[in-house]
Design a protein around this ligand. Structure first.
Ligand code: ARG
Length: 477
């Protein structure tokens, strides 16, 4: 007999059970579901909707069910459709008919919205923590490579030299925006839908704030129709996850390129590389490739969720059961990628000499030659044209700028003096860029200081929310 079987005259078709059930994947919400139920039952007792003894029995039963599920001792079945009804069934088996009082004043519609929010807020804290670990691994490499210079690129053509630390710090700032977005989204996740009932609220004199408080929510969803049909927080998470994946995939692409023989700028540690079953010499950057590849599924889940929600009338519709797998998979995908990323970055070997060599074998100091001429009061546009000619000449002569003699330079401009050789050195070129945010040593160090500061901020945010999750006191009634 189904929990809702009263008005039915025959059993559901087996295929329908299979098709409509979600227990295969929503069992992931078991602990959140029980946590929510404990808070609900505590509130029912303190509002005198059920007795304290009944609440105590139900709570004990729920705790026992939680343990059984945790240890794999509970049978979760498609016959009971989803995690909510499976748990209710297990509870009734555990404590008898009084277990049937748990669902007073509640619907699966507000219950599932609650579970999703509890799951997501925990995941946001974990993911922010993992983001911080990646930021720290990047800063660690940046500090070690403050004096490592490599070509900076535009259009994947060598453009101007930059410090490797500067390049890595670009990702630290991207990840900081990601962390900020996650932290900001937490506020919208952290509102309690419980008490919205199926859609219109409930006739029982429940106390929504009490449940919200005991679960450490910041407040309650103010409109019951919205409370049960809002999945904006899932979309927002998937969107934030898409940006994180996009950022990681860009860095992955660079790691893949840099570790090729063509670039030869880094070597990934053996522990974070894989071999080929056929070609014995191969060492492949599989982790970086796979993180890059998995970006596809994360974007896919975002599109999937947006499309599922499009044009859904209020309030709950079964379509919304489709909100889970994409969210779970996204959380797992990001956890996997971020957990591997930090040690992969920390353990990679940076080939300083090869990077420096690359900088010396290009014309990426051409802008500096033009800037030098500008300092001799030649208008920039004219200087640009002169340097264009010098580069053309150098290419013909098979030389780089630093290999030209002073005579050769002076054929193009008499304003060029002996000091040009100092000005065109990679170290001078990077240090000459000393405006805020640029690649000089001082400015890169300045970036470190900003980063230490916002990473500290991330860490204290994580700490306070970890604590508030632990301190949920849903057992006090
Ligand atoms: N398994 C459902 C879901 O995840 C729970 C809510 C179902 N509510 C309902 N009235 N059918 O969306």
């Amino acid at each position: 007999m189904k929990l809702w079987g009263g008005r039915f005259t025959k059993p559901t078709n087996e295929l329908v059970d299979e098709y409509t059930s979600s227990i295969q994947f929503d069992q992931k919400l078991a602990q959140q579901d029980i946590k929510g139920s404990l808070a609900h039952v505590g509130m029912l007792a303190s509002c005198q909707i059920i007795s304290k003894e009944e609440a105590a029995t139900i709570s004990k039963g729920l705790t026992a069910v939680a343990e059984k599920i945790q240890n794999g001792d509970a049978e979760l079945s498609e016959d009971h459709e989803d995690i909510h009804m499976n748990i209710e069934k297990l509870l009734i088996e555990e404590v008898g008919p009084v277990g049937g009082k748990l669902h007073t004043g509640r619907s699966r519609n507000d219950q599932v919205a609650l579970d999703m929010r509890l799951y997501l807020r925990e995941s946001i804290v974990v993911l922010t923590d993992l983001l911080v670990q990646v930021q720290e691994s990047l800063i660690g490499q940046a500090e070690k490579n403050i004096d490592t210079i490599l070509p900076g690129y535009t259009h994947l053509q060598r453009a101007q030299p930059v410090r490797f630390a500067h390049h890595l710090m670009a990702y630290v700032f991207m990840l900081q925006r990601d962390a900020d977005r996650l932290k900001d989204s937490y506020k919208r996740v952290n509102q309690s839908p419980l008490g919205a009932g199926a859609l219109a609220g409930t006739t029982f004199p429940i106390n929504r704030e009490q449940v919200a408080d005991s679960l450490n929510f910041d407040g309650i969803c103010e409109n019951s129709l919205d409370a049960v049909s809002d999945r904006d927080f899932v979309v927002e998470f998937l969107s934030n996850a898409s940006l994180i994946s996009m950022h990681l995939s860009r860095l992955c692409e660079e790691l893949v390129q840099w570790s090729s023989a063509e670039f030869n700028f880094i070597e990934l540690d053996d522990a974070f590389s894989t071999g080929s079953s056929m070609m014995p010499q191969k060492k492949n950057p599989d982790v970086a490739e796979l993180v890059r590849g998995k970006t596809g599924r994360v974007y896919g889940h975002l599109m999937g969720m947006l499309t599922t929600l499009k044009a859904l009338p209020l309030a709950y519709n079964k379509d919304m059961q489709e909100d889970k797998e994409g969210m779970f998979d996204t959380v797992d995908t990001l956890k996997g990628a971020l957990s591997l990323f930090a040690p992969m970055i920390s353990s990679m070997q940076v080939k300083k000499d090869e990077m420096y060599d690359a900088v010396q074998k290009d014309y990426s100091n051409a802008t500096d030659l033009a800037d030098y001429l500008v300092q001799q009061d030649i208008p920039f546009r004219e200087a640009h044209a002169i340097v264009g000619q010098i580069v053309l000449y150098s290419i013909e002569q098979n030389k780089y700028l630093l290999q030209l003699t002073l005579d050769e330079f002076q054929q193009f401009s008499s304003s060029i003096g002996e000091d040009i050789y100092e000005a065109l050195k990679p170290e001078s070129v990077v240090n000459a860029r000393n405006v805020k945010g640029a690649t000089s040593r001082d400015q890169v160090k300045e970036q470190f200081h900003h980063a230490y500061h916002f990473i500290d901020g991330n860490k204290s945010w994580i700490q306070s929310y970890e604590q508030s999750a632990e301190n949920s006191n849903f057992l006090s009634f």
